[in-house]
Design a binder for this molecule. Structure first.
Ligand code: PLP
Length: 273
């Protein structure tokens, strides 16, 4: 694997950041995961816009989009894979061991690995921990993902692949790395960004393409929902067939199947020529 680190491509073994990088010591970094298909990044412009919003929110220097695009092009060319997960990370740069941001300048890392297609359907759990819809990091895609790591480990222990969080007032929010959609009486709903969820790029496209409504939903809606599905860069649209102990259906329902079809068709068009 060849990885872009601060201005040049390197072999994975030789791709290094300082152990004092603020991204490592305190999680002071932002990132994007972009899907590539036959070497074409999907919706790169939207990802770069969110990267900039995240960097701004964290007080990091704004990434230079031309530089990131150059890095992406080089990394994609150096790592030919049919389906890829491209990760763009900007960190706070060198720092002393404490929490002050240092003066060493920020880092840009771009890596790509091959992935297989996610299954069309999955099981999820709900977790008792909450997303803080009034927190300082809400809406920012930062490298502080430890809470998601813990929740995902809990999901895996229970034979599920994703964990859904409520927010601090018990409303449905999002998964560790996905947004959630709920079908009730034929209508599709997804929690609003004010629930504390990330403004997912797949979520925005799914809202646009399925006419889903942004609705503030109680967690209890998961007990009544006719269908539930997840969206994310690597899942696209993925049906949920089990939530905790509730079996919803043996296979994706009609609304979810339609969303999957629409997404598959439209996401073939490169959104980022
Ligand atoms: N929510 C969280 C916390 C995420 O980390 C992600 C993606 O990684 C998403 C939602 C889905 O966002 P997107 O569709 O942009 O991948």
């Amino acid at each position: 694997m060849r990885i872009w680190v601060n201005g040049r491509l390197r072999d994975a073994d030789d791709a290094r950041l300082s152990v004092l990088d603020h991204g490592l010591t305190v999680g002071d970094g932002v990132f994007e995961t972009v899907r590539t298909s036959q070497g074409r990044p999907f919706a790169l412009t939207r990802h770069l816009e969110r990267l900039t919003r995240s960097a701004r929110g964290l007080g990091l220097p704004e990434p230079d989009h031309d530089e990131v695009r150059r890095a992406v092009a080089e990394v994609v060319a150096a790592n030919p894979v049919p389906l890829g997960r491209l990760r763009i990370t900007c960190t706070g740069g060198l720092s002393p061991l404490g929490s002050d941001r240092g003066t060493g300048g920020p880092s840009l890392v771009v890596a790509l690995d091959g992935v297989s297609r996610r299954p069309d359907a999955t099981a999820v759990i709900t977790v008792p921990w909450t997303r803080n819809e009034r927190g300082a990091l809400v809406g920012l895609k930062t490298t502080s993902y430890a809470e998601n790591v813990v929740a995902l480990a809990r999901a895996r222990e229970r034979g599920a692949s994703e964990a859904l969080f409520p927010n601090t007032v018990g409303r449905l929010c999002e998964g560790t790395g996905s947004n959630v959609f709920v079908v009730l009486g034929g209508r599709v709903h997804t929690p609003p960004v004010s629930s504390g969820c990330l403004a997912g790029i797949t979520r925005a496209l799914a809202v646009e393409w399925t006419g889903a409504e942004e609705t503030d939903l109680p967690m209890e809606v998961l007990a009544e929902a006719d269908e539930v599905f997840l969206t994310s860069t690597l899942r696209d649209v993925q049906a949920v067939l089990r939530i905790d102990d509730r079996e919803l259906a043996p296979e994706p329902g009609p609304v979810t199947s339609k969303a999957m079809r629409v997404f598959a068709e439209r996401s073939e068009d490169d959104l980022d020529p």
